[in-house]
Design a protein around this ligand. Structure first.
Ligand code: XMP
Length: 326
């Protein structure tokens, strides 16, 4: 029987309520899993990170985490997963750097849906390959949360059940945050000792920076997206906007324009900054930045990111524009 959120469940808003939930879940996980092994695809996002931290508490080394780096992660993300889970929490962590494999498959592919399919399909393949190398795995942990179930019931979003693994891989599911809303997952994560920048992280799409490098992905343009994104995140954090603005990122489109630097002609990409607010992501408004911050961001990106000679701001709401470019 799949677990359902009880109608009368108290919203987890305090450390005490989170502690009680964690204690209850740890017992349930130990009962469910016994001395068997559990596999988890650990992306470093909020949900999978909280699931990992909870399972490490409950079953320790019986949890095997696989972190697949598809080469489209933000600057510092794979390093943080290794540091927090591998070193600090002592997780049984397998790190797979599949960057070349993904970027080779994506080379020359311009169609947005095709790119998404390749990234999703390759991810499952890499994860399944790792799973096949392991002996005695009986469970698959997933960071399913309650809104996933609600959206899937309402036909809004197909729920990726069992991570879309091949049919011959028969795992029983372990979903310790299934009945929680996102804000509750964050409170629980904080109580489990995860760092703030992991727990209060902004949403990040599965295909990662791939959808922010429109058209055919090249390594140099992808690097420009990654570096400009890192500068934007750093400046938002410094200016007290982290955790206040719902989502912010950069896009480097596949066209060049003329510029001038040190008296010489340049022909480089523009970098687009998008910062938005929303409650349900169906409708989105734009965050208006201060003139000082705009000037500072433009200056930093132009001097620090190779290949960029123009910085543009996307002030388009949704609708008509979607949040992401692909
Ligand atoms: P759009 O572009 O549809 O984005 O207005 C709405 C929100 O969804 C995020 N997004 C994704 N999240 N996998 C995800 O987990 C995806 O493939 C994906 N595509 C878009 C987007 O970042 C925004 O927050």
């Amino acid at each position: 029987m799949l677990e359902v959120r009880p109608d009368n469940m108290v919203r987890i808003t305090t450390p005490e309520l989170a502690d009680a939930y964690i204690e209850e879940r740890i017992k349930m996980l130990q009962d469910q899993v016994g001395d068997k092994k559990v596999l988890l695809a650990l992306s470093g996002g909020v949900d999978s990170s909280v699931v990992a931290a909870m399972l490490i508490k409950a079953i320790g080394q019986q949890l095997v985490c696989v972190h697949v780096n598809h080469g489209l992660l933000r600057k510092g993300e794979p390093e943080q997963v290794i540091k927090v889970f591998g070193e600090e929490l002592g997780a049984n962590l397998i790190y797979v750097d599949a960057t070349d494999r993904f970027l080779d498959k994506l080379a020359g592919v311009t169609d947005p849906e095709q790119k998404r399919k390749i990234i999703g399909g390759e991810f499952i393949e890499v994860f399944a390959e790792e799973a096949r190398k392991l002996d005695g795995i009986e469970f698959l942990a997933q960071g399913t949360i309650w809104p996933d179930i609600l959206e899937s019931d309402a036909g809004i979003k197909a729920h990726h059940n069992a991570g879309g693994l091949p049919d011959d891989m028969n795992f029983e599911l372990v979903e310790p945050v299934r009945i929680l809303f996102k804000d509750e997952v964050r409170v629980v994560g904080k109580q489990l000792g995860l760092p703030d920048n992991m727990v209060y992280r902004q949403p990040f799409p599965g295909p990662g920076l791939g959808v922010r490098c429109p058209g055919a992905i090249t390594r140099d343009r992808l690097e420009a997206v990654r570096e400009s994104d890192a500068i934007l995140r750093e400046e938002f954090a410094k200016n007290g906007l982290e955790g206040k603005v719902w989502q912010y990122f950069t896009v480097v489109p596949d066209f060049k324009s003329t510029g001038v630097k040190d008296g010489k002609r340049t022909f480089d990409w523009p970098c687009i900054i998008r910062a938005i607010n929303t409650t349900d992501v169906m409708e989105v408004t734009v965050e208006h930045l201060s003139d000082e911050l705009i000037d500072h961001l433009v200056q930093r990106i132009l001097t620090e990111v190779p290949g960029i000679n123009r910085v543009l701001f996307d002030y388009t709401p949704k609708p008509p524009a979607t949040v992401e470019y692909e």
